[in-house]
Structure formats: structure tokens, C-alpha cells
Design a protein around this ligand. Structure first.
Ligand code: PKZ
Length: 243
């Protein structure tokens, strides 16, 4: 039996509605997030493997027992410090212009980025106008014991809703994000997300989203995404040039 509670129905609010966005435009707007392509070479594959190892490292450090063997902890602290110095001595993105693959959010984002050890990483997919995602948060994301920290709960929504705003036909910045944490978001188990645009007015797009654990609603969110004025002017100049 489903315990999922529906979001409040906002369809009666004055709204010019949500535009029909052609599938190719949607795909282009979302391409920085999803689909995640196979690594474009052995270097990128190795970088993804390094990020995954670093995720395991961070969780292991978080769980290391201060009442355990202090000498062993000091010793691995030396090793990890050496390792950090070795990695920092490798060629760095600070030393060259990033290419297109480096810049994609599925590569670099702190929520979905395969190369970013801060990212669980979340997995995203488009389902028509809806964005679906899932993630498993490890012990490093713990706030209340056994549960995800509220800041990470909100950050995950921001990412999923950031993709879903594509349903408005363009991308903007998060102007506000309201998250209702109805139940705790659990660690170590799959959390599912869904998000979609509910209303568009000019350069403003409202997005709603929900998250579920074990099929039960744990949180929902509403956010406003605003296309910055400077980018709207660029859009208009480009459209005038094409006319
Ligand atoms: C380089 C940029 C690329 C961007 C496009 C590419 C994105 C590619 C993906 C990036 C990754 C995404 C990941 C997830 C999205 C993040 O997380 S984005 C990061 C977090 N968000 C931020 O840092 C945003 C910081 N704030 C800002 O930059 C600016 O305040 C904003 C939101 C762009 C608006 O600035 P603005 O263009 O000067 O707009 P402004 O004229 O002040 O307001 C326009 C309208 O919006 C309303 N409004 C603005 N802010 C608010 C608010 N907080 N509450 C209510 N209404 C508001 C205004 O009242 C106004 O309404 P009207 O009078 O037109 O009815």
C-alpha cells in the first residue's frame, strides 16, 4: 500500500502554464547533467576511479574510531597526507583551460559528478518532462545519527530541480529553494527523487520535487529558478541575429 502523499495542487493558481519544449531542446539543456557518457579516454576513466576511491576514503575516515589504535591513525594520516601531495603534484585542471568534457556537471558537480569525490554520486535520468534521480548517502553525509544532514537533503533537491527547470525551455539560477523535511532521509539506502516544472512566467520557472525512501515520501520541495537578466539580453540578441 502506498503511503506517498501528493503535493498540494497548484494547478488552480493563475499561471500561463508550462510551455511545450521540443525534445531536442530539452535534451540539449539537460546534456550537462544526463545522460552520463562513457569516459572519453583512459585518463578520465582513471579519474573516475580515483574519485570513487576517495569517496571510500572519506567514509572510512569519518568512521575511524578515535578510541582505536592512535599510532595506526597517525600512520595512515601520514600516508593520506603523502597521497594528497602526490595527487596535487599531478597535472591539474588549474594549469589548463578545461575542455567541454571537464565542464559537464555529470563530471564535476558535487552531487552528480563522477570525478567529484564529494558527490554520492546521484544518478539522474530524464522521463519526458520529469527528472528522476536516485542516490545512496554514505556515513560521510550523516547529520542526525543514521540520517542525512539537512543541508545535503536540500543540496540534492537543488541539483535535481536544477535539471528539471529545463522543462521551462531554458536554464537559470536557483533564486529560492524551500524544502519540507517530513521524515528523516536515511543513510545507506536508495533515495529516489522526481522533479518537474509547474509554472513559468517570463524568465522565472517554478519547480516542485519529491524524495522517497522505500516508496515513502520523506521530503518535498519548491524552488524558483531565474534566468539572469544578462543572459536574457544575450538570448534576445542571438534571437534577433537569427531572425
Ligand atoms: C553564469 C550563470 C549561468 C546560469 C544559467 C546556466 C545554469 C547552468 C547550471 C548551473 C548549475 C545549476 C545547479 C542548480 C542551480 C544552482 O544551484 S545555481 C547556484 C545558487 N544560486 C545562486 O547563486 C543565485 C544567486 N542569485 C542571482 O544570481 C540573482 O539574484 C538571480 C537569481 C539570477 C536573479 O538576478 P537578476 O537576473 O538580476 O533578476 P532580478 O531582476 O533581480 O529578478 C528577476 C525576477 O525574479 C524575481 N526574483 C529574483 N530573486 C528572487 C527570490 N530570491 N525570490 C523571489 N523572487 C525572486 C524578482 O522579483 C523579479 O521578478 P519580476 O519583478 O520580474 O516579477
Amino acid at each position: 500500500m502506498s503511503t506517498i502523499e501528493p503535493l498540494p495542487d497548484k494547478s488552480s493558481e493563475a499561471s500561463p502554464g508550462v510551455p511545450e519544449v521540443p525534445a531536442d531542446v530539452l535534451a540539449e539543456l539537460r546534456s550537462t547533467w544526463t545522460p552520463r557518457p562513457a569516459p572519453d579516454g583512459p585518463g578520465r576513466a582513471a579519474r573516475h576511479r580515483l574519485a570513487e576511491a576517495a569517496r571510500r576514503l572519506v567514509e572510512a575516515v569519518k568512521l575511524a574510531d578515535a578510541e582505536g589504535d592512535a599510532d595506526a591513525l597517525q600512520s595512515v594520516a601520514d600516508d593520506v597526507s603523502d597521497l594528497a601531495a602526490r595527487i596535487a603534484a599531478l597535472p591539474s585542471l588549474r594549469d589548463r583551460e578545461p575542455n567541454l568534457a571537464d565542464l559537464q556537471l555529470h563530471e564535476r558537480s558535487p552531487l552528480v559528478g563522477a570525478a567529484n569525490p564529494l558527490a554520492p554520486p546521484m544518478e539522474l535520468e530524464a522521463d519526458g518532462p520529469v527528472i528522476r534521480a536516485h542516490a545512496v548517502f554514505n556515513a560521510a553525509y550523516e547529520g542526525p545519527l543514521g540520517r542525512v544532514h539537512g543541508g545535503y537533503v536540500a543540496a540534492a533537491f537543488d541539483e535535481v530541480m536544477g535539471v528539471a527547470q529545463s522543462g521551462s525551455g531554458r536554464l537559470g539560477m536557483t533564486a529560492y529553494l524551500t524544502v519540507r523535511m517530513k521524515r528523516s532521509t536515511p543513510l545507506h539506502e536508495r533515495v529516489d527523487y522526481e522533479a518537474e516544472v509547474t509554472r513559468v512566467e517570463g524568465r522565472k520557472a517554478w519547480v516542485t520535487a519529491r524524495s522517497y525512501a522505500g516508496g515513502v515520501l520523506v521530503a518535498d520541495a519548491e524552488g524558483l529558478f531565474v534566468r539572469p537578466r544578462a543572459l536574457v539580453l544575450q538570448d534576445e540578441a542571438r534571437a534577433a541575429g537569427e531572425a
